[in-house]
Design a protein around this ligand. Structure first.
Ligand SMILES: [Zn+2]
Length: 159
């Protein structure tokens, strides 16, 4: 068995043990993306893989259990859209004038990083090539808010 398969087995076993269902196919459907962040100090994935920097906190809808899983495993095995959120954050981190994607907008709103007006603004302007000056300023401000909320350091995370 190679390392990747071992990790996958450990992840499925751990997720099932934290779920109500007893099979992987049912168990994984109980989980939602609760929080995502980029941490400067690496953490360990539920699968045993270290280091992970793009961290997802998953929450089980049935029993409230939480699990810390790396973005790569969430994308590969859980089928949740964390990677699309991280992709958007990487894009706006490189160029703050770029737009967020739908997954990132929804996640940012759900997490309270942006308000309802900002959510609607993001959706209205995400495909626009030319923004007015005011819109461009607003987009940049929203992007900076999102970047600040995604990037955590260990001290802040423990507060
Ligand atoms: Zn993993």
């Amino acid at each position: 068995m190679n390392m990747e398969t071992t990790n996958q087995h450990k992840l499925t076993r751990e997720i099932i043990s934290l779920s109500k269902a007893f099979t992987w196919d049912e168990a994984k459907l109980e989980w939602d993306l609760d929080a995502i962040y980029h941490q400067d100090e690496p953490d360990t994935c539920l699968c045993g893989h270290f280091p992970i920097l793009e961290i997802c906190v998953l929450r089980n809808r049935q029993n409230g259990n939480q699990a810390v899983v790396g973005n790569v495993c969430v994308k590969k095995f859980m089928g949740l859209p964390s990677d699309l959120v991280f992709q958007a954050v990487r894009r706006i981190s490189k160029d703050v004038s770029r737009a967020l994607n739908a997954e990132a907008i929804v996640h940012a709103h759900k997490s309270g990083w942006i308000n309802g007006w900002e959510r609607d603004f993001c959706f209205d302007t995400m495909r626009k090539r030319e923004l007015s000056y005011k819109q461009a300023v607003k987009r940049q401000q929203i992007n900076e808010q999102v970047i600040a909320r995604v990037n955590r350091n260990r001290d802040k995370a423990n507060m």
